[in-house]
Design a protein around this ligand. Structure first.
Ligand code: TXA
Ligand code: MG
Length: 318
């Protein structure tokens, strides 16, 4: 069921049930982070491997001290400037938080979502919410309540509808390895913004040998039909124009039916492009086509996170 009933969402969560929640990045599939059984339900419904840790959401910064210790100065600085917002900090957890949430890691990923409805919900309950993106594992993340319903309606008792996500791409994840700030996932907060505050950061977003963050897994955020990235006019010549979908940055291409094309942002605005990215992929995935072709956007600002998602959506194995 989709709706805006905060009391219902609250009472379901208090009873150990799952609720899909809106955030500014993507919709999350939430449960009481202190309730091991409720959290195990998230893994079941998402079909998520148990080695893939969850992000814990709180309403305000002070709440992290309920389950986190040793906050590095740089983390504190980023939190004061960018939270609430599309930023996730990886910190050291205390025993209060069940190991299932972090897949056994001593580190927990923490975020304060910037969405009025979810803020109100978080302030009205007495516990943090563990929530991954509300999609079946490996598929495109949901940016509307309807996206969640399309795939998980039968399995989630309630979907709290907060409208379309305003950022549209997941949070940027940053940890502190022996004091060195390290980005594990590019996301809605740009690396440029982070570096303007704490100086240069390392970027470790993909590692075959040790997929620390499964957002790091190569194949992720993927449509059902294959996706290929490249410079479009050249790429196009190999395919039947009636059987392909195009994801373009600014301008549609001549020779391909318009309804098979998604323009991310006519003005070349990265924020708008990020907002349209996942809905655009879902739309093309829903047409009866053989393949999606996507062109990369300029590799700067939010463009870096957009290109990262496109690459993972294009990867065939992880
Ligand atoms: O914007 C977001 O972050 C959204 C909304 C719902 O908050 N959430 C989200 O969750 O994208 P999920 O589960 O789809 O992606 C979380 C990523 C995963 O790649 C996971 O591996 C990583 O965060 N992660 C979680 N805990 C971690 C930890 N302790 N250390 C390193 N990575 C962690
Ligand atoms: Mg996800």
């Amino acid at each position: 069921m989709i709706g805006k009933d905060l009391n219902l969402a609250k009472s379901l969560l208090e009873r150990g049930k799952l609720v899909a929640i809106p955030t500014e990045t993507v919709y999350g599939l939430a449960a009481n982070a202190f309730d091991e059984k409720a959290v195990s339900e998230i893994f079941r419904v998402k079909n998520r491997p148990s080695f893939d840790p969850l992000i814990v959401h709180v309403g305000r910064w002070e709440q992290v001290f309920d389950f986190v210790k040793e906050i590095p100065e740089q983390a504190q600085k980023l939190a004061s400037l960018f939270m609430p917002g599309p930023l996730t900090l990886v910190l050291t957890k205390t025993e209060r938080l069940p190991d299932i949430v972090t897949a056994g890691s001593p580190q927990v990923a923490v975020r304060i979502p910037n969405h009025p409805l979810t803020q109100e919900l978080l302030h009205s309950i007495g516990f943090p919410l563990a929530a991954p993106s509300a999609n079946p594992f490996g598929y495109i993340s949901p940016t509307t309540a309807q996206h969640v319903a399309d795939q998980l309606e039968d399995q989630v008792p309630y979907i709290l509808d907060g409208g379309p996500c305003t950022v549209g791409i997941e949070s940027t994840i940053i940890g502190f390895e022996d004091g060195a700030p390290t980005v594990y996932r590019k996301g809605g907060l740009t690396i440029e913004s982070i570096e303007s505050v704490i100086g240069p950061v390392a970027i470790k977003t993909y590692n075959y040998d040790h997929p620390l963050a499964p957002g790091m897994l190569q194949s992720h955020y993927a449509p059902k039909i294959p996706l290929k990235i490249g410079q479009l006019p050249e790429l196009l010549s190999d395919f039947n124009p009636n059987r392909i979908g195009l994801l373009v940055f600014r301008r549609p291409l001549a020779g391909i039916p318009e309804k098979q094309q998604v323009v991310l942002s006519k003005n070349g605005d990265f924020a708008e492009a990020a907002r349209n990215l996942f809905a655009g992929l879902r739309y093309l995935d829903g047409l009866d086509l053989d393949l999606i072709l996507a062109e990369p956007v300029p590799e700067m600002g939010l463009g870096r996170a957009i290109n990262d998602r496109l690459k993972r959506a294009a990867a065939v194995e992880g």
